[in-house]
Design a protein around this ligand. Sequence first.
Ligand SMILES: Nc1ncnc2c1ncn2[C@@H]1O[C@H](COP(=O)(O)OP(=O)(O)OP(=O)(O)O)[C@@H](O)[C@H]1O
Length: 481
Amino acid sequence: MVYHTTMNGIKIINYLQILYFHSSYSYSFIVQLYLRYIKRGRGGLLFSLVTTGSMLGVLGFSYYKKTNFNNDNDKILKIAENCGLYTKTEKMKLYRRNYNKKGNYTEYVYKIPLGMELEDFKSKIGKFKDGLNNRSVRMIKLKDFKGLTFDSTILKQLEDIIYSRIQLSKEIEMEYDGMLKIRVYEEGLKSEYRFKEEMFKELKKWEVPLGVSLQRVIKIDFDVASHVLIGGATDMGKSNVLNLITTVLLHNNPNDVEFTLIDLKGGLEFSKYEHIKQVKNFATNADQAKEALENVKADMTNTFEFLRSKGFKNVKQAKIKKRHFVIIDEAAELASDGETDKELKKVKIECENLIKDIARRGRASGLKLLYCTQYPTVETVSSQVKRNLIARVCLPVDTATASSVVLDEGGAEKLPLIQGRAIFKRHRKTEMQCYYMDDEIIDKVITPHITFNPRSEESSVSHNFEKKSTSRKYTTIIEKA
Ligand SMILES: Nc1ncnc2c1ncn2[C@@H]1O[C@H](COP(=O)(O)OP(=O)(O)OP(=O)(O)O)[C@@H](O)[C@H]1O
């Protein structure tokens, strides 16, 4: 220990002792007493020694409190009781506690009263969460001291750090496997996780990281998954998800990926991709969408013919590397229901039929459909299409009905209104914060692929093979493979 001769020096040493011993939690009444005492000028060597001893006691107590589970466990049991989650003869009982340092959570395993089920507890999840966060605490972190300026305001700065309060933001998850598991995370999801360039190389060929859940990175592997339904209210981050998927696929598979982009929001969202060579069809209205979908269907039919002739079941078995992604942003614009213009209605009905066909048969031919809408209703997402859209991403929506159109169950209407917050569902639901894809990364990835060859030429070549030539029977997909 270093002793300074001046009063200020001793004060600083005393402050630092407090801060050291209270690196995680502070017990305010002791700290306040301590500060008041040394402020009155009764500092000094003896005081330092005595208080160091008492601070060691506080440290022990602090450590005990930090690792002690009674706090949250007591609260959980109390909340369960207040919510009526007990029977006449039985209450919830703690069976085991696991502390997961890496995951930053503590898992409490309970035996629940007979006759109760997970849903009884899940329906009260908001109450559990509020109960666990019902006070603010003083929390001192060592990193707060990095910004200190050593001048005459040092004591004030230290005081500010010590007295700053934070609101607890614990998150909980519940699971049942014969026992009820309640995981309490010290911190919930952040409101932004940026996609970083170094993440590209950590991915498998067709893998795309969608976002971060409390426990892990949520990835979708298009080698396994095929079609995806993406829904969410306006401005909640659908286009960002589409940009994220498109950019990652393009970066990791520039020679094997192809896109049909149907952007019914006026072409603004996808315009940056319009001239890259991997984009085979680009549409911004229903008529163009119909033409683009017909091209895709023609390719699909050719691929099936090829597979059949060679005795393969699918492109994977045939070792065809090409995958074609049909991405429709604002698919509700193609819904014929409610369309009053007769001609347009006819076009939309054709589009709907083409989409159904692609969703139903596309998988084996290497087609992947990303169907995105801000109006998830039974009219805009037909049941025939939906049953083939296995993976679902639902950003915040207004109603439980909209959530159940996307996820087949409610939940997304209760998501916090944070841009990029979503529920991912494949086999089970997971809340996540989608990665945010910066425009700079998108530009860097797409720029080398921009071509000034008019795509219409290329696509019409591929599209017109069967019409123009009998010898070149298959599309470019097959030839390159
Ligand atoms: N994952 C995310 N993390 C943080 N912010 C996000 C995220 N996704 C989107 N945002 C923010 O939300 C804004 C709107 O996002 P985006 O354009 O993707 O929404 P949208 O649902 O497609 O909107 P619209 O339906 O109006 O086209 C973006 O400009 C961005 O600032």
